[in-house]
Design a protein around this ligand. Structure first.
Ligand SMILES: Nc1ncnc2c1ncn2[C@@H]1O[C@H](COP(=O)(O)OP(=O)(O)O)[C@@H](O)[C@H]1O
Ligand SMILES: [Mg+2]
Length: 379
């Protein structure tokens, strides 16, 4: 029964955000709510409810990310073989690619409990101390948005990760004393959209780092087919291909588009999710041919129309589209760069020939700076 499935309980906790810690829970939706609701890679409330049912539970069900999957399966098999908690695991990559899913899979595969919290929820070391000292042996502690944790808590975390110890401060002022408490072995799974923001000492405590990349259309097709089967809807091969193609390389978006196409098929079609249903529904939601969303398009339009194709600095570009620089950098840019629709150079962001073409514009007379640099490694 679904209710008895341990993952369901864990997931209920995960989907509530971080009910167990003080401070504002990590709400992916609120911190970076950009883009149209349909292609925004950041989860909203509707997604979180629906995603629970569609999340793969085991590594074997997890589609794509071949390299990370293989490396992770080695880490987990080795840990199981030694009957010991595995190394700490860091997962990085843009929103919607499967970081939370993998964290849940780690605890499932190891058959250990999962504790879920997030960086923004831990503003005081005391919040973290309370969590750490209540961990069971072998437990997985999932720290979402780990780059947003307050500095003093971060320091407590790396001592805990390395020495299995927390220093709990008792009393205040000159009379305060630190009492060291030993911890059972446990595994931190950290997730971040900005691996570069993690301080070196913290990054070094992770024995395994997996970087998730955008999915290939064939992989997204497989995900959409799997989801359709779980939802009990009929999806044709062409329908699946069309949804996959417009999902911006992101499983979360693929699953969301699938639900919108299902709506269309139910209300205006014959209930079958075919190519016509997919195209018509995506037209209603203004998802373009390449799956770009409102934020993506406004970034490209600002770049071309207001800054003549650049180079323009990230913060200027962010102001022009009315977003936080972090949102533009972590939500919009990775996909645009990977699609060759945006270049990052030391002097700023630049349009590429493909950018102008995608917007149906003619490049302005300005000389394009040298080739766009590849995205810096997540390091
Ligand atoms: N590799 C995958 N295979 C199948 N479904 C996936 C995969 N990765 C992500 N998903 C789906 O996409 C949704 C979003 O994934 P999630 O792990 O919440 O992303 P993140 O935490 O990186 O933002 C999940 O609910 C899951 O259903
Ligand atoms: Mg997540």
């Amino acid at each position: 029964m679904a209710e008895d499935h341990p993952a369901v309980a864990a997931e209920a906790r995960a989907d509530e955000g971080s009910s167990m810690s003080a401070g504002s829970p990590a709400d992916e939706g609120s911190s970076m709510s950009a883009g149209s609701p349909v292609v925004d890679p950041v989860a909203d409330v509707d997604d979180r409810a629906a995603e629970g049912a569609l999340r793969p539970r085991m590594l074997a069900e997890f589609v794509g990310q071949r390299v990370v999957r293989e490396q992770l399966s080695l880490v987990l098999d080795a840990a199981r073989g030694r009957s010991h908690a595995p190394d700490h695991i860091l997962l990085s990559g843009p929103p919607g690619l499967g970081k939370t899913t993998l964290a849940m899979i780690v605890s499932q595969e190891l058959g250990v409990p999962l504790r879920v919290t997030s960086g923004p929820a831990i503003q005081h070391p005391g919040d973290l101390a309370a969590i750490l000292t209540s961990l069971e042996e072998g437990e997985v502690l999932f720290l979402d948005e780990i780059h947003r944790m307050a500095r003093p808590a971060e320091e407590m975390l790396y001592v805990a990760m390395e020495d299995l110890r927390v220093d709990v401060v008792v009393g205040k002022g000159p009379g305060a004393t630190a009492i060291p408490l030993g911890l059972p072995p446990f595994t931190v799974v950290g997730a971040t959209t900005r691996a570069g923001m993690l301080p070196g000492p913290l990054r070094d405590r992770f024995g395994f780092t997996g970087h998730l990349d955008f999915y290939e259309p064939a992989e997204l097709e497989q995900i959409v087919r799997r989801s359709a089967a779980l939802l009990g809807v009929r999806l044709t091969a062409e329908g699946g291909r069309e949804i996959a193609r417009r999902s911006r390389g992101t499983p979360r978006i693929a699953n969301r588009l699938l639900r919108r196409v299902r709506d269309w098929a139910q209300v205006r079609g014959d209930g079958v999710l075919d190519e016509r249903a997919a195209r018509s529904a995506l037209e209603v939601y203004a998802v373009d041919e390449r799956g770009l969303d409102r934020l993506d398009r406004s970034v490209l339009e600002a770049l071309c129309l207001r800054f003549g194709g650049g180079p323009v600095g990230l913060s200027t570009l962010a102001v022009a589209v009315g977003e936080e620089p972090e949102t533009v950098e972590t939500v919009a840019e990775p996909f645009l760069v990977r699609e060759g629709l945006l270049g990052r150079t030391p002097r700023g962001r630049i349009a590429t020939p493909a950018t102008w073409q995608h917007l149906g514009l003619r490049p302005t007379g300005r000389v394009q700076p040298e080739l766009p640099l590849a995205e810096p490694p997540p390091a």
